[in-house]
Design a protein around this ligand. Structure first.
Ligand SMILES: [Zn+2]
Length: 418
């Protein structure tokens, strides 16, 4: 409980510091009241075991899994739940699961990747090029000078691509082609995959890699999967990187191990992200794999050193709009196997309001005070420990106004699920 409160306070503090340095407008607005005139609501839920959880509604959320400590934790919690459900479904189906990690070699000077705008522009230029090509082969008229200018711009953007852009292409190559088609029929058939991208900042620059959960319909050993499907996936991975001027080392490029629910699987991975405390790296020590994004943030806001802030900006710009988690679809849909509905976007999960048994409306002034004094986490803890009565008392001694909301009714335990 104390740990959870510490995490909450740290994230809260980090987000307000982040607002001062972020280069992204959406992130700057995260946590601000959606409607400044309407105020903010304190929402409280009591679980079947009597424990309470509190949160605020009426606040904007940025939905950034990469840059925002608050939204990243909320989204990771949901993803961890979903991946646990998937692992259970695979086990029930008599299948087995493996975690494949693919990494790439990099150099200090490698750029992390194109910005969101650059990626959109590149897609546009690619479309233009196919239009010009079609026009050319059909002898239709087109503006040759414009085509030439577009070609130069496209070339320049391609040259500026970084590790993350190449990684996306390489993964597409890993999961396509004849060998992959055949491999998906092995070991009782591939039930599906889920893939996350992880980036750290190490001594040799950006370290970008993929963790992919592969689920097969039968019980099969890691050695067998590693020696067949895994080896061929790595072969395509390496070939794709090589074409773009990057490398995957034989030693460190590939790792495949069998995983179980709660033991090294992707759900575990997301739980770790959700619990990651975003404190100073000096206290936490640096992980061997390099600084995580939240450690980069800590460095930037703790030191305000130019190089640390610049690194953070590069991180924000390159990561914006990229997917953290991707699922296989069609016949090999793990979400469907597990009975999960359509995938919610990061933004939707971050914007999801808490279920609440009771709510308390805070006046605009009250919220303003709580924000300025950075007491948001404290008020939540008060409500969780003593209920809405305690929250009202807390507000009253500070001379802050609150009001009942229409759906407020006495706290009662929620009905057990299922
Ligand atoms: Zn956010």
């Amino acid at each position: 409980m104390a740990k959870a409160q510490h995490r909450r306070e740290t994230r809260w503090a980090r987000r307000s510091q982040l607002r001062l340095i972020t280069s992204l407008r959406r992130v700057r607005n995260c946590g601000a009241p959606l409607d400044p005139d309407a105020g903010v609501t304190l929402a409280l839920t009591t679980g079947v075991d009597g424990s309470r959880s509190a949160g605020y509604s009426g606040l904007a959320s940025c939905g950034s899994v990469w840059a925002c400590p608050q939204c990243a934790a909320k989204i990771a919690t949901r993803r961890a739940d979903e991946l646990s459900t998937v692992m259970r479904a695979v086990e029930e189906a008599g299948g087995s699961a493996f975690l494949l990690t693919l990494t790439m070699r990099h150099g200090r000077g490698d750029r992390l990747g194109l910005t969101k705008d650059e990626r959109a522009r590149l897609r546009r230029l690619e479309e233009n090029r196919s239009r010009y090509e079609a026009a050319n082969s059909n002898l239709w008229e087109f503006d040759e000078r414009e085509a030439e200018a577009d070609a130069i711009e496209e070339h320049t953007l391609r040259q500026a691509r970084g590790c993350w852009d190449v990684l996306s292409d390489a993964w597409a190559r890993v999961t396509s082609g004849g060998a992959w088609q055949a491999d998906q029929e092995l070991f009782g058939g591939l039930l599906g995959w889920a893939r996350v991208v992880e980036v750290t900042d190490g001594e040799n620059g950006w370290h970008v890699h993929i963790h992919a959960l592969l689920c097969f319909g039968q019980q099969v050993s890691a050695e067998l999967v590693a020696g067949s499907v895994g080896a061929r996936m790595f072969f395509r991975w390496r070939a794709a990187l090589k074409r773009k001027g990057f490398h995957a080392s034989e030693e460190h490029g590939c790792d495949l191990r069998r995983v179980q629910l709660g033991d090294g699987d992707l759900a575990d991975y997301f739980t770790k992200i959700a619990h990651e405390v975003t404190g100073s790296h000096r206290k936490e020590g640096r992980r061997r794999g390099g600084r995580t994004s939240m450690q980069l943030l800590a460095d930037a806001v703790d030191t305000y050193e130019e190089s640390a802030v610049a690194r953070w900006w590069e991180w924000e710009q390159a990561s914006e709009g990229r997917r953290q988690l991707t699922w296989s679809t069609g016949r090999r849909d793990l979400r469907k196997l597990a009975g999960l509905g359509a995938e919610a976007t990061d933004e939707d999960i971050a914007a999801d309001d808490l279920d609440a048994d009771v709510r308390l409306g805070l006046s605009v002034d009250a919220w303003d005070y709580v924000e300025r004094a950075q007491l948001g986490p404290e008020l939540l803890a008060v409500a969780e420990n003593g209920g809405l009565d305690a929250a009202r008392a807390w507000l009253t001694i500070r001379d802050l106004r609150w009001h009942y909301t229409p759906d407020e009714h006495p706290a009662r335990p929620r009905d057990p699920v299922g």
